[in-house]
Design a protein around this ligand. Sequence first.
Ligand code: ATP
Ligand code: MG
Length: 401
Amino acid sequence: MANQQEKAPLAAQEMFLLKMGELVLKGLNRKSFESRLMGNLQRRLHPYGKFRAYARQSTVYVEPMDEFCDMDGAWEGMKKVFGISGLSRARACEKDKDAFFAAACSYLGGALRAARTFKVESKRSDKSFPMTSIQLSQYVGGRLAEAYPHLKVDVHHPELTVYLEVRDFAGYVHANPEPGAGGLPVGSGGRAVALLSGGLDSPVACYLMAKRGLALEMIHFFSYPYTSEEAKEKVLELARLVAPYCGRLTVNVVPFTKIQEDLRRSCPEPYFTLAMRRYMMRISELVARRVGAGALVTGESLGQVASQTMDALAVTEAACHIPVFRPVIGMDKEEIVRIARRIGTYDTSILPYEDCCTVFTPRHPKTHPKLEEMEEIERGYDYEILCREAFEGIERIQIRP
Ligand code: ATP
Ligand code: MG
């Protein structure tokens, strides 16, 4: 009992309950998905203080270890961790029917006063608890209805659902769960190199692929002085904005000026953009090999510009030997904008700095290019040397969430 007393702050403590998402379906791989998620979670919680996090069944429990923890910061941070489908702030209590009632009153008093209808739902994983979950719900629900006489029970569409959980270590009371970021833990699907420009589409593409469990290394092609320092800063800011989702990452800034100038001298104008994009693919593939990445990610959307027709995409990706993931390929601009607003990249993306793609735009770009023609044009190029040189000039910039 003395031990119980020492753990007394339990009853006063607020903590978090996180529901694991899709990874609970992963069968034999589940352990590795779970440990990936726990590692990501620990890193994401680090700036907000000392927390203890552990998983039981399909729930992750996150408890503050002292009173200096920034609970609101941690809450917002955890909403961006992929692999979590829902989360609640909860109060721990003794596993006793009256303790559940008392905790509901003190922790959810405001919500109970504000609601007109409610219900209580209990879950019991500690099978030694002396009541069934229905009995516990009825008991606590009855006492709440007495204590808050304005409240009506509505089991179908209650304004407030009070959740009670009887777990191994303690009881928990919570309400108003919020949706999590969903998806799979970052890193569980391997690593890819994402081509990040300053536009709307590529940050959204990064977010979507991180959501499917890819750890990302980013690459940006920079054509100073045709594009400004501000344009580069804008790209780094976009990387910082997606980092709370993607986790810590590196932006590889590639010196691209010499290649663009060389192309301007030697490439027939209608093929200029495509030739440039093929250079991007080749250099990105070199980076992928260096960091052990198995794919590239771009923000291309079918038909959006001349270089994104089916034929143009085919010519572009023939320059590399690993898969190119284009998660926004089938989205309208409006759909992409909606995601950009939600994840917070929109305002930065629309800042008016030039990207290298807009520096030398052909007047009549080829919309139905032929690979043989492209290869014929490139026959005279020292592209291996140019790619090597650009690759060796890469500046690597670390970004932390
Ligand atoms: P975005 O809005 O992402 O800039 P976009 O519609 O302007 O895309 P493009 O400029 O043709 O389209 O670029 C298509 C994709 O190629 C981008 O989504 C991005 O993945 C990649 N890309 C283009 N320019 C760069 C660059 N300077 N550095 C890195 N990647 C780039
Ligand atoms: Mg662009």
